[in-house]
Design a protein around this ligand. Structure first.
Ligand SMILES: Cc1cc2nc3c(=O)[nH]c(=O)nc-3n(C[C@H](O)[C@H](O)[C@H](O)COP(=O)(O)OP(=O)(O)OC[C@H]3O[C@@H](n4cnc5c(N)ncnc54)[C@H](O)[C@@H]3O)c2cc1C
Length: 436
């Protein structure tokens, strides 16, 4: 189809993909861009990136994503993004009790880092507790059996603040925002054509129709409600997040620590000096919320339903702290939640037109829990698609995926970098019903 610079473009979702896409389109000269988000401010509380921090590590098992992240890290060092990028390093290990799968994954990551000429000089091996303390002296726990590597090329990004910065930049570039009641999208509206159908715009939950020449759906874990055609090819999945509140002195003492990551336990970050919070995430297969009627997992619509930490995750995080920073091991966890994202079975993104829609609607999905490190370049994936001569997604792995058979959505353990199977949200909510 091809959109002209003055055609109206609607982006559903003001999270990582949506905001970056809005800014990239505006920078390419598109003049009629509107972003719709169901939350009433940005960063939206429903965004998986509404957070203190996300890991920005360049090494992937797959060199395609390594190269992409190296480009993104360059962009993180430019003025708009630099205040939110902290190159503190990535301390990547397994504990002495790690299963073989976690150890093998760690070795593949290490090999990838050591194979890359840019990254290699920043990598040092951690073979024992002394190496670990040389890399991060603040770790005064026993670190039983911990080994792996430290990569100083990597670090973390303040994702909530980065979203806010790009929101302001997009507004300044002329992008319009519809938030809260005005921005909650009920459905994509289609009209019939000779060859199928064509998106003509969106309808918000307050009943208003907004026409558009091109609709871009970047709704994160909410995508299955707006693009049911995806079926089980995208799974709404969640991982836990929790925080420990520190004193000013504790924050000061932990300043500059690398991201501490044990593949079999979980990870934590340098504390945030504004809130004094140290953020932790356990590693595991995550939680899905499958509708038995169609086998599709949907993120709960009400935020409070996800505002808790499953017991098994709490136990794992306590173990992580006991082995690394034992003085914090019994500290209460605060700001606990399940954070929902859109998972695919190969961890590849989906950046493509919905088939048979005359190229009127693009889906940006399948972030698979690893997209934020690429925030500054996410929007370029859509501009490249719009510029493709044959209107075909140039990156084969990001093309539309046909849904899998219903009931085959629990693929957590099949992905090489994941550990453990996904569990049903309902099974960790003994006194509540799952909300679909
Ligand atoms: C616990 C956890 C840890 C993570 N750690 C990392 C990490 O260390 N490094 C990394 O790179 N990535 C990480 N990620 C992944 C990263 O957060 C996501 O890849 C990224 O946020 C996905 O962006 P998105 O735009 O697809 O979705 P989101 O950022 O979730 O945005 C989707 C937006 O769509 C809006 N929306 C949904 N439905 C509607 C509707 N009907 N109407 C209007 N608006 C709607 C939502 O309000 C939301 O703002 C992590 C994710 C989780 C859950």
């Amino acid at each position: 189809m091809g959109v002209s610079k003055s055609d109206s473009i609607i982006i559903v979702g003001g999270g990582a993909f949506g905001l970056s896409t809005a800014l990239h389109l505006a920078q390419k000269g598109h003049t009629d861009i509107s972003v719709f988000d169901k939350d009433d401010s940005i960063p939206p509380r429903f965004s998986a990136a509404n957070d203190l921090n996300k890991i920005a590590r360049a090494e992937y098992e797959d060199p395609f994503y390594t190269d992409l992240t190296i480009k993104a890290l360059e962009a993180w060092k430019t003025p708009l993004y630099a205040p939110h990028f902290h190159q503190t390093g990535f301390f990547h290990c397994v504990s002495g009790e790690a299963p073989q799968k976690a150890i093998e994954t760690l070795y593949r990551f290490q090999a990838s880092a050591e194979k890359n000429d840019l990254i290699k000089p920043h990598v040092s091996a951690i073979k024992n507790r002394q190496d670990a303390r040389d890399g991060c002296w603040q770790l005064d726990g026993e670190l039983p059996g911990w080994h792996g590597y430290l990569n100083k090329f990597d670090g973390y990004v303040h994702s909530g603040n980065a979203l806010a910065a790009v929101y302001r930049a997009a507004q300044a570039a002329g992008v319009r925002f519809f938030l809260g009641e005005q921005g909650a999208v009920e459905e994509v509206v289609y009209v019939s054509t000779l060859t199928g159908r064509k998106a003509s715009g969106i309808r918000t939950k307050n009943g208003r129709f907004h026409p558009a020449s091109l609709v871009i759906v970047a709704a994160g874990a909410g995508v299955n409600r707006l693009v049911p055609e995806l079926g089980t090819s995208v799974v709404a999945k969640s991982w836990s997040v929790a925080h420990v509140h520190l004193t000013d002195d504790e924050v000061s003492a932990l300043r500059g620590i690398p991201v501490i990551y044990a593949r079999d336990l979980g990870f934590f970050f340098e504390p945030d000096p504004k809130t004094n919070l140290l953020k932790l995430c356990p590693m595991g297969g995550g939680y899905i919320n499958t509708d038995p009627k169609n086998g599709v997992s949907y993120a709960p619509e009400v935020l409070s339903d996800s505002a808790f930490l499953p017991e098994e995750d709490e136990a794992q995080l306590r173990k992580l702290l006991a082995q690394t920073l034992p003085s914090l091991a019994d500290r209460p966890f605060v700001r606990k939640s399940l954070c929902w994202f859109a998972d695919t079975n190969d961890s590849d993104f989906i950046v493509d037109y919905i088939p048979n829609t005359s190229d009127s609607i693009i889906v940006l999905s399948g972030d698979s829990g690893h997209a934020f490190k690429m925030f500054p370049v996410l929007g370029s994936f859509t501009t490249a698609l719009l510029e493709a001569n044959d209107n075909k997604q140039p990156v084969a792995r990001w093309r539309w995926k046909e849904p899998k058979e219903a009931g085959k959505a629990d693929w957590g353990g099949d992905v090489s970098w994941r550990l453990g199977q996904s569990k049903e949200f309902a099974s960790i909510l003994p006194r509540r019903a799952a909300k679909l």
